[in-house]
Write a protein that binds this ligand. Sequence first.
Ligand code: NAP
Ligand code: ZN
Length: 352
Amino acid sequence: MPTAKAYAASSPTSALSHLSIPRRAPTDRDVELDILYCGVCHSDLHQARNEWSAMPTVYPCVPGHEIVGRITQVGSAVKKHKVGDIVGVGCLVGSDQSCPQCAANLEQFCPHATFTYNSPDKHGTAPVTYGGYSSSIVVDEHFALTVPANLSLPGVAPLLCAGITTYSPMRRWGDLKGKKVGVVGLGGLGHMGVKFAHAFGAHTVVLSTSPKKKDAALALGADEVIISTDANEMQRHAFSFDFILDTVSADHDINAYLNLLKIDGTLTLVGAPDKPLPVSAFGLLFGRKRLAGSLIGGIAETQEMLNFCGTHNITSDVEIIPIQKINEAYDRLLKSDVKYRFSIDMASLKSE
Ligand code: NAP
Ligand code: ZN
């Protein structure tokens, strides 16, 4: 069995460290890629530390689902890609491709979806799938996306999760041009939300707990910044938003944000704190408001998002790190101390 170098967590409390993992030889429909960069999503931290009761972590856990790499091998039936192509792999590496959800290009809701890490490995290579904190990966060609040639690769990697997770609900909402759109939390997802809302022509407002991020938010394309801990500032914007995207990773009061929606406004949750969020019925009733959720996006829409980024020259703002700094990066992520995504240079794995 071929192997790859990787970084893995061996328990909820252990630091990530080097591990050799098995990778299957490509089947007819597979492509194999050398991973160049992998973004660091807050989901990686949630999963490595077993913070999601609905999705218990199987150890060892190799996180990473914001992958960009170069194809090194293709199976005999592969049509979409060839050796040497630069491709992206996001949160999905498999689905049954026959259910109604797959037929509707919503593979993320397929009952047999295989996520990039911590999903049962249908190929039997390992108990669960291992993600992108590794030197190589093998995936069905359907789940490898074409990367526009004009974009810088460290900043492309985060598009594969943070990008599609914010692009998809905004597209789903409808035409945002001229609408008042809020983005709650200016982290990895949030800063991509700001870039997309701005590109879609929305009046874009960042709702942040961090006063020090104000200037940076404006530079990213926000028209206004509200410090969400300031009750007066929040009250000034009550009943004024068409759409709010909530990217917060921790326990927080969503009623404060529901209060900002105008009549028929929608708040879509993409942040994934484990603890249930209490919702005031009255906060929804008065204003006929909607509370929704969204999970990444399907493969066709992810390609659409990458093409949109190519056309509009959009990438993630990244701090490039070697894999050896991943534990420090997790600590900084918890302190909201990253502008705005860590992107791991996978060449750093070679020295392990
Ligand atoms: P991140 O970079 O850590 O950003 C989260 C931001 O939330 C922080 O920068 C901070 O922004 C804000 N925040 C953190 N703690 C807070 C608190 N206690 N109260 C209020 N705001 C707080 O994380 P990320 O990678 O963007 O991921 C965000 C969440 O989305 C995670 O839970 C992740 O698992 C989830 N996620 C969901 C999907 C999906 O498909 N639905 C996909 C990817 C990730 P400010 O400093 O500006 O306040
Ligand atoms: Zn993610």
